[in-house]
Design a protein. Structure first.
Ligand SMILES: [Cu+2]
Length: 68
């Protein structure tokens, strides 16, 4: 397992956090996701074989921007 923290722009409320969390949890190998609109961060715990690109893509697909 590895932990990844992404900076995400565009989350405005708890509903946004839930959307991001749900989208990421749908990815195979993702174990845990904690999104915060206040700190604009998304913390992901995932298997080694989950690529950061696939996480970024899932976030951007639902309309949020990954900064780093
Ligand atoms: Cu929102």
């Amino acid at each position: 397992m590895k932990e990844i923290e992404l900076k995400v722009e565009g989350m405005m409320c708890g509903g946004c956090e839930n959307r991001v969390q749900t989208a990421l949890k749908n990815i195979e190998g993702v174990a845990e996701v904690v999104a915060s609109h206040q700190t604009k961060t998304v913390k992901i715990t995932a298997n080694e074989n989950v690529s950061i690109d696939s996480l970024k893509e899932a976030i951007e697909d639902i309309g949020y921007e990954v900064i780093e």
